[in-house]
Design a protein around this ligand. Structure first.
Ligand SMILES: O=P(O)(O)O[C@@H]1[C@@H](OP(=O)(O)O)[C@H](OP(=O)(O)O)[C@H](O)[C@H](OP(=O)(O)O)[C@H]1OP(=O)(O)O
Ligand SMILES: Nc1ncnc2c1ncn2[C@@H]1O[C@H](COP(=O)(O)OP(=O)(O)OP(=O)(O)O)[C@@H](O)[C@H]1O
Length: 491
């Protein structure tokens, strides 16, 4: 990219989260990712440069080891003319959702990240004119804490996402509860995955987006503006799944197309297209947590129908969901076990502030940082070293609990596909595909007290307002079916 020739008219608003804003190039398959800050909280340019370089290094030296080379695109830091950034900021302002405007794009440093545009990324370069469909899923935490530090029994039964839903609806963040449960998606069982994906399509919230040729066609632009019309979605998808156009329209057609989409997403999520270093190591010991969540609508339905076996086929080791779960499970102690260790670190740093840099809390996130993450002991020997390791592992786990998975699909003809290119089959079409992971910014050390408080709020709200009112028959049914508890994969 030639920084001198930057023209804001060649870039358009693409999307944003809580901490960054993304613009995409109209011709080339690249995006610029800018940091965002609360008004008047702008940082010095050198600080922003270090922050962005840390993000790149963390992707390159740490997350790539957990996820594998092909899944992680860490990009590079670029310096842009300030005039370009200011003009761009003005140009896109009107397209930003209101709910995200509490923070402003950083227009003062001139630094941003340049990344491949994963919504347009092709599996081969010569087919860039080809239509492309891209599904982005933010799966959230896929396991129930198995730590003995957990103080509330409910945390061993109901997953954080399902509990948090109630607080989010009460706070007005979302209007309706979602039936999505991450444990269904991470189960590896096709029926449960199908249910999870259908639930995401019904209530996308910030967990699902669909792009066609790089444009958002489905999912939440804003809290008030949720594009969730299945007929409209099916109209977009029809040429991908039924290119011969032989089907009649109507609700049956819509359901058939959505089913095809869900099938294809499931197959790509279960595919193993990359090996990684951490995959060969025993990153996490056997999990004794249960593999289903009592609040999942799928679990409830099974129990209601008198079926007491919750299928958990397990994820194939090489697939991205498996790797995501493995990284998430670095949170072995739960925030309740971690928080006292955070306090130990804090106390130590108060006494020896110079140790902050040697402990790599603020980087550099290099090979040495990665190596230190591999100590999986949970026996607390009372040392600072133990506390530091657990704190850093927790931050990595939190990052993996908040990342997104991007699946891009490009239609291909039978004779175009070869063994080197991963292909997924639908009933009437076939796609080459790529799977990537994004938003791998290491969660800040400073957010740990917030995590601790939020955990308490989520659980207390659930106990007080949901579980207390829950159908006691349901609770008893679950009790009778305790043999549903399954042992998770050894990893
Ligand atoms: O705490 P959670 O689970 O609500 O996750 C936050 C996300 O909310 P969600 O529940 O996914 O709607 C939240 O997403 P939204 O801004 O709500 O779209 C952020 O991803 C936040 O991360 P960060 O503080 O920007 O680094 C996330 O915070 P972290 O907990 O990952 O720090
Ligand atoms: N490389 C990319 N290619 C295409 N789209 C991207 C890319 N990176 C980010 N996006 C889009 O921009 C959105 C916001 O990016 P991102 O998730 O990194 O923001 P964030 O502020 O860090 O998120 P969070 O709210 O989780 O902290 C994503 O949901 C995705 O749709």
């Amino acid at each position: 990219m030639d920084a001198e020739k930057m023209d804001e008219n060649e870039w358009k608003y693409h999307g944003e989260g809580n901490k960054s804003l993304v613009v995409s190039h109209s011709q080339r398959c690249v995006v610029l990712r800018f940091l965002k800050f609360s008004p008047n909280r702008n940082k010095a340019p050198e600080e922003i440069l270090r922050h962005l370089q840390n993000i790149v290094d963390f992707g390159k030296h740490v997350m790539k080891q957990f996820f594998g080379e092909k899944y992680v695109h860490y990009g590079e830091v670029v310096q842009l003319p300030l005039d370009f950034v200011k003009q761009l900021c003005l140009k896109i302002q009107s397209e930003r959702p209101e709910s995200r405007c509490d923070k402003d794009l950083d227009t003062l440093s001139g630094y941003a990240m340049c990344l491949p545009n994963l919504t347009r990324l092709q599996t081969y370069h010569f087919v860039e004119h080809r239509p492309i469909l891209c599904v982005e899923i933010k799966p959230k935490c896929g396991f129930i804490p198995f730590s003995s530090h957990v103080s509330q029994e409910i945390k061993h039964k109901v997953c954080r996402y399902c509990m948090h839903q109630h607080l989010k609806v009460a706070n007005g963040k979302w209007k309706r509860l979602s039936k999505y449960c991450p444990l269904d998606l991470f189960s590896g069982n096709k029926q449960r995955m199908h249910f999870a994906l259908t639930s995401l399509l019904q209530e996308a919230q910030n967990n699902l987006k669909i792009f066609k040729n790089g444009e958002l066609i489905y999912g939440c632009k804003d809290d008030q503006d949720s594009l969730s019309d299945w007929n409209e979605l099916a109209r977009h998808l029809k040429p991908f799944f039924f290119p011969a156009n032989g089907m009649v329209s109507g609700p049956h057609c819509t359901r058939t197309i959505i089913k095809e989409l869900i099938h294809v997403i499931t197959m790509t999520l279960l595919s193993s297209t990359d090996a990684c270093r951490a995959g060969n190591m025993k990153t996490v010991p056997i999990s004794l947590g249960r593999s289903y969540c009592e609040a999942s609508a799928f679990s409830k339905e099974l129990v209601r129908n008198g079926k007491n076996k919750m299928e958990s086929s397990g994820l194939p080791r090489g697939c991205l969901l498996y790797k995501t779960l493995q990284a998430q499970m670095l949170d072995m102690l739960d925030i309740e076990g971690l928080y006292p260790l955070y306090n130990r670190v804090e106390q130590y740093l108060e006494e020896f502030p110079e140790e902050r840099s040697t402990s790599q809390i603020d980087g550099p996130y290099n090979e040495a940082f990665y190596e230190k993450l591999l100590d999986l002991s949970t026996e607390d020997d009372g040392t600072e070293a133990f506390a530091f390791t657990k704190v850093q592992q927790y931050r990595v786990a939190m990052t993996a609990k908040d990342c997104s998975i991007m699946i891009s699909l490009s239609p291909c003809l039978q004779d175009e596909c070869s063994a080197q290119r991963p292909v997924v089959l639908a009933s009437r079409s076939r796609f080459t595909f790529s799977v990537s992971v994004l938003d791998l910014d290491l969660k800040p050390y400073e957010s740990i007290p917030h995590q601790y408080k939020l955990d308490g709020k989520i659980v207390n709200y659930y106990l007080k307002n949901v579980q207390a009112k829950d159908d006691p028959v349901m609770t008893n049914l679950f009790k009778e079916n305790e043999d549903c508890t399954l042992v998770l994969h050894k990893v």
